[in-house]
Design a protein around this ligand. Structure first.
Ligand code: ZN
Length: 324
């Protein structure tokens, strides 16, 4: 029987894993999602990931040998192109040979990339930026991540950590960042850090924000600032102006350096704060060259939660060969 080429794409976050069988058109044929629970030890996570992969294969009636390959996007900074995790704040890992462990569990080599790199590839090949060969993707969710497609290929850098745009410095000696540095964009704009700052403000000197969260600090999140802005809260306007100033300037510098034809913006913080996204785009347009702007189209991410699995699977499809 002749089968369409298929690959498995996996999206491994800090608390859950999604695995999918996808075909060469980026269509999701089967998908399985599981929670990591409290089991963040590398061996436990590898077992959960391997189980998720085996389950989607079972549903799609495929064996692992019929796949073109297996691609995994992981929320981590990688140490090399072999899937060794240098740091994953979300998983609490340092120096974990994740690629090797998963290969041992599956009996098959896997390709491991940063989660936003997988998303970037998914959006460039099957999402918002189809048809573009030079694409910068930036996601603002729990953290701030970036991915680069240059000349039609995912740019891997020299050690697998390009486009770490969240760690571009915006305030030398500024706020502490999860990477160990100070003054990174992510320290201000990343959802975890921004929400922490908002909770503190709601607790002390921003009663309107606390009220928005029905008095419950656990329910404070960036989307509430968008709501306050619509109600003409001056502090909400000041905060978005401050954040858009930083974010827009970083984006302007990035596109000035790279001259991409597409910028894809996504992630839960930007989804929940459309005005922040709009203001950041305005700063970006104002702070970059006219010739850079003329070539640049800005898109909102299109694939949603499927971007990571589609991207990770498509990536091995693009570079791998089918094992007969
Ligand atoms: Zn940082």
């Amino acid at each position: 029987m002749v089968r369409a080429k298929t690959a498995v794409g996996v999206d491994l976050g800090g608390s859950n894993v999604r695995a999918a069988v996808i075909d060469q058109d980026g269509k999701v044929l089967s998908v399985f999602r599981d929670n990591l629970g409290q089991h963040n030890l590398p061996e436990s996570v590898v077992a959960v990931v391997a189980d998720a992969i085996n389950r989607v294969l079972l549903v799609a009636s495929l064996s692992i040998d019929q796949l073109v390959g297996i691609g995994i996007g992981i929320a981590a900074q990688l140490a090399d192109n072999q899937g060794t995790v240098a740091v994953s704040p979300n998983l609490g890992w340092r120096n974990v040979a994740f690629g090797d462990l998963l290969q041992a569990a599956l009996g098959r080599r896997v390709r491991v990339v940063n989660d936003v790199d997988a998303i970037a590839w998914g959006e460039a090949t099957h999402g918002a930026a189809v048809g573009h060969r030079d694409v910068l993707t930036v996601f603002v969710g729990t953290g701030v991540g970036g991915g680069l497609v240059l000349n039609g290929r995912l740019y891997a850098g020299s050690s697998g950590v390009p486009a770490e745009i969240g760690h571009i410095k915006v305030r030398p000696q500024g706020a502490e960042c999860g990477c160990g540095g100070r003054g990174c964009l992510e320290a201000y704009l990343g959802g975890v850090n921004l929400s922490r700052r908002l909770r503190k403000a709601a607790e002390t000197d921003w009663p309107a924000l606390r009220q928005k969260a029905s008095g419950d600090l656990a329910h404070v999140h960036p989307g509430l600032v968008e709501e306050l802005l619509i109600e003409k809260d001056p502090r909400a306007a000041d905060l978005f102006e401050e954040l858009a100033g930083m974010f827009g300037l970083v984006l302007a510098n990035a596109v000035t350096l790279l001259n991409p034809s597409a910028l894809v913006l996504g992630g839960t913080v930007l989804q929940g704060c459309p005005t922040l996204m709009k203001l950041s785009e305005e700063v970006l347009r104002k702070q970059s060259l006219d010739v850079t702007n003329a070539a640049l189209k800005i898109y909102t991410a299109k694939l949603g939660d499927n971007a990571g699995i589609i991207g990770a699977g498509s990536l091995v499809m693009a570079s791998g060969r089918k094992v007969e």
